[in-house]
Design a protein around this ligand. Structure first.
Ligand SMILES: NC(=O)c1ccc[n+]([C@@H]2O[C@H](COP(=O)([O-])OP(=O)(O)OC[C@H]3O[C@@H](n4cnc5c(N)ncnc54)[C@H](OP(=O)(O)O)[C@@H]3O)[C@@H](O)[C@H]2O)c1
Length: 283
């Protein structure tokens, strides 16, 4: 085979027949990712979040997409990822429909904004529990299903939604996200450890680190920071993230094209995390 002879290029970005679970899939980045997985050919995408109604509404939207593979479907499996009981219930619900999982998006997360002097033990614990401990528990509980079909050529995939708040400095001051920023740095490093542990079991683990995307979670902080337009102007690309930006990276990492990427944290923020120097140079 010459260097020009790629192996089956037309299928390089295809997710045909893949089975995926998306935590926090009922809205925001998780819903965009789920939509991309289905449109790239996935056969089953399980949507989970705490509210059953929200999961059902998301599944209805996904199942009415015009360009799905025949028989492909999104399935609602509500559960609270913050508790081990919730994660075990999620696993049992998924097992009723499939004996394996190819793709796990550990995306559910929470944030908390409060000044340093008032930032409480409970607030810190809440974000660390959901954003770090629950991600570990979810990956551990799903590992047997992920290992079922993973191979050297096409490993199963875990994607963790971290944040650029865990790479640069997050929000400080009145709405300080101290616990959140620490949780996102922690979960990306957890991902690197799991990538090396699970690689030999044919499961890759990578993290995506979004910058600002307008969603329910970010809306309050975006408003307080001067609004979407003002914050977009500060970005090196002069825009915030949009659903396509999540879709592209998720499909790449979950497809054969991303099969040799492991233990990485990929920022999707237009370069904003490094832009402080650019802004300061204008002062
Ligand atoms: N938007 C941004 O600018 C941005 C930037 C960087 C990173 N992120 C990260 O991206 C991920 C998704 O955030 P988003 O912006 O898409 O927020 P979002 O629109 O508020 O969505 C959060 C999702 O998580 C679910 N969820 C929350 N707590 C849960 C729990 N205990 N168990 C199960 N599901 C739960 C929510 O549904 P229910 O309420 O029904 O549970 C919802 O589906 C998070 O990890 C967040 O930290 C977001």
């Amino acid at each position: 085979m010459s260097d020009a002879d790629l192996h089956d290029f037309p299928s390089l970005f295809s997710l045909k027949g893949k089975v995926a679970v998306v935590t926090g899939g009922s809205r925001g980045l998780g819903l965009s990712a789920a939509s991309a997985l289905l449109q790239a050919g996935a056969s089953k995408v399980f949507i989970t979040s705490r509210k059953a109604k929200a999961c059902e509404e998301a599944v209805a939207k996904l199942n009415s997409l015009p360009n799905l593979q025949p028989g492909a479907k999104a399935i609602s499996v509500p559960a609270d990822s913050a508790t081990i009981e919730g994660i075990k219930s999620l696993l049992e619900q998924v097992k009723k429909h499939t004996d394996h999982v190819d793709i796990l998006l550990a995306n559910a997360g929470a944030t908390w904004g409060e000044a340093f002097d008032k930032h409480s033990d409970a607030a810190f614990a809440k974000v660390m529990d959901l954003n770090v401990k629950s991600v570990f528990n979810t990956i551990r509980e799903f590992a047997p299903l992920l290992e079922k079909r993973g191979t050297i050529e096409d490993p199963s995939r875990v994607l963790i939604t971290a944040s650029v708040a865990g790479i640069g400095i997050g929000t400080l001051g009145k709405q300080g996200t101290f616990g959140y920023s620490a949780s996102k740095a922690a979960v990306a490093h957890l991902g690197r450890n799991l990538a090396i542990e699970l690689g030999p079991r044919h499961v890759t683990v990578n993290s995506i680190a979004p910058g600002w995307f307008p969603t329910k979670m970010s809306s309050g902080l975006l408003k307080m920071g001067g609004g979407v337009e003002a914050i977009a102007k500060e970005n090196p690309l002069r825009k915030l993230g949009k659903p396509d930006d999540i879709a592209g990276i998720v499909v790449f990492l979950c497809s054969r094209a991303g099969a040799h990427v492991n233990a990485e944290t990929i920022a999707i923020d237009g370069g904003a995390v490094w832009a402080r120097g650019e802004l300061q140079s204008k002062l």
